[in-house]
Design a protein. Sequence first.
Length: 237
Amino acid sequence: MTALLEVQNLTVAYGAIEAVRDVSFTVDEGQIVSLIGSNGAGKTTTLRTISGLLRPKSGKILFAGESIDSLEAHVILQRGIAHCPEGRRLFGRMTVEENLQLGAYVRRDTGVEADMNRVYELFPVLGERRHNKAGLFSGGEQQMLAIGRAMMSRPRLLMLDEPSMGLSPIMTQRIFDTIRELQSQGTTILLVEQNALAALALSDHGYVIDLGRTSLDGPGHELLADERVRAAYLGEN
Ligand SMILES: Nc1ncnc2c1ncn2[C@@H]1O[C@H](COP(=O)(O)OP(=O)(O)OP(=O)(O)O)[C@@H](O)[C@H]1O
Ligand SMILES: [Mg+2]
């Protein structure tokens, strides 16, 4: 397998505080890779740096073999990395359709409508409510729309930050099923989750981030069985 994303010795600071320290991980083409770790571990900071919203203090980020860590965020999106952010960040006063159109803003081709229909196939409820304002939706529907919006840029790599946050167990399952479906359709996924159990069960590979550092990694099912992971993140001891 070839690496689609390589993060090498990444350090990111907010002023004097290093939120991410020397983090390294690889996402191979076609995989689902998850980053797990407790509150404040540096997961969101890592994704925001890959997206070009923050700049590394040191380290390298390679996408499809090319360095992207000095590119502007919209160029990184154009290269094929979409970011579905923590907290969803939809435009609540805009309709489903308008939110999806915004996700396609970097595209110059004519396939936008076909891709919108693809999102509606994936999430029929969004198709039924395409003219409704997003702000009135349930948490699960908003998460579907946030994922759909990210897919509208036709990403090679989709990064999802806490997609199950605040959702019911049934809706969480629905979202995780969708992530697997997107993988089977050819999208590579980088998933950040506090729900370590569900994320690792789905992942080809997982990395544990602890206080800004990668402390442990392995295939998802191996990490699920690892005593240190079970004690720290699955509420067992
Ligand atoms: N804008 C900011 N300014 C200063 N410090 C920040 C900022 N954003 C995050 N931090 C700090 O950086 C560290 C890492 O935060 P980050 O949001 O990346 O963690 P996280 O792993 O995503 O946590 P969570 O699971 O709560 O989402 C934390 O100590 C946090 O307080
Ligand atoms: Mg976070």
